[in-house]
Design a protein around this ligand. Structure first.
Ligand SMILES: *[C@@H]1O[C@H](CO)[C@@H](O)[C@H](O)[C@H]1NC(C)=O
Ligand SMILES: *[C@@H]1O[C@H](CO)[C@@H](O)[C@H](O)[C@H]1NC(C)=O
Ligand SMILES: *[C@@H]1O[C@H](CO)[C@@H](O)[C@H](O)[C@H]1NC(C)=O
Length: 139
């Protein structure tokens, strides 16, 4: 069973980076309570945090060296993910599964093309890619 709670919007740019928020109000978590699965478009493994340890063992190669979390934040219930060198196909739905938590926000990320600055057409500049980030929890 999953429950989706709050939603947020984040804007990123092609080639840039974003921090996708994922946090729980629970703090003072013990390592064994900290298991979080970041997934893209439901199935692609972006990053795992297993009992308080970041793991890229099962990471899809598409995210290699592009995804990081912040271990010093884990105890505060902050499992946010920084995704770098954004590409168009990074758009889509991101899910942050927190296996033990009570309340979680979710985020929509827009990845935009900076275009050729002054020479980009209006259409090019407004092309944007939506990343839906749902932070779900097992209940
Ligand atoms: C996006 O496309 C590039 C080029 O085809 C590919 O190498 C990369 O793995 C893709 N990214 C994802 C997240 O699938
Ligand atoms: C979580 O950590 C990231 C990286 O340090 C930071 O940018 C973000 O503001 C933190 N979020 C919260 C809710 O503290
Ligand atoms: C994820 O889904 C979005 C929206 O359907 C799509 O634009 C994007 O290319 C997909 N990316 C991957 C890597 O599957």
């Amino acid at each position: 069973n999953f429950r989706v709670s709050l939603q947020e919007t984040v804007v990123g740019f092609i080639g840039g980076s974003v921090v996708l928020p994922c946090s729980t109000i629970d703090n003072g978590l013990k390592n064994e309570d900290i298991t979080v699965y970041w997934r893209h478009n439901s199935s692609q493994n972006v990053y795992d945090i297993i009992e308080g340890e970041g793991s890229v063992e099962r990471q899809d190669s598409a995210y290699k060296n592009r995804a990081e979390t912040f271990p010093i934040e884990y105890m505060k219930g902050n499992f946010s993910l920084k995704l770098s060198n954004l590409q168009f196909n990074d758009s889509g739905k991101y899910i942050c599964y927190i296996t033990k938590a009570h309340k979680n926000p979710s985020t929509q990320l827009f990845v935009k093309d900076r275009g050729n600055h002054g020479t980009a057409t209006r259409t090019e500049r407004i092309v944007s890619f939506l990343i839906l980030l749902h932070i779900l929890q097992y209940i």
